[in-house]
Design a protein. Structure first.
Length: 122
């Protein structure tokens, strides 16, 4: 057995680590524990979240957490159901624009979004 030291997000920030603006989570079923370990961070700093969710129970737990912490979300679900990909943002943030930016979309000078290269406009 391999023992791995861990630290919660809140412990990391409290110890002087940089406050993240984006948290990426890929922990094979421990997503809820990661989110719970960042309770202070998510309540005060409101970082964006990208996560890979591996099973139904984790998806349900994360969905409840998103509601509790007032985060909007977009789930990308493959035909086989899992893993699912989550993009989440605090309410009031331009989540749709962020997802388009992640996908490689462009913005015109007036700030409107254009689809990523290779995708149809509609």
């Amino acid at each position: 057995m391999i023992h791995v030291l861990t630290v919660t997000l809140d412990e990391f920030v409290a110890a002087g680590g940089p406050v993240p603006h984006l948290v990426k989570i890929d922990v094979e079923g421990g997503e809820n524990q990661v989110l719970r370990g960042g309770a202070k961070l998510f309540a005060s700093e409101r970082p964006l979240i990208i996560a890979e969710i591996h099973h139904q129970q984790a998806a349900e737990q994360v969905s409840g957490w998103l509601e509790e912490y007032s985060y909007g979300s977009e789930w990308k679900t493959p035909p086989e159901g899992f893993p699912r990909y989550l993009f989440a943002w605090p309410y009031g943030y331009d989540g749709a624009g962020w997802i388009w930016d992640c996908a490689g979309a462009g913005r015109s000078e007036d700030g409107t979004l254009s689809p990523p290269k290779g995708l149809p406009e509609n």
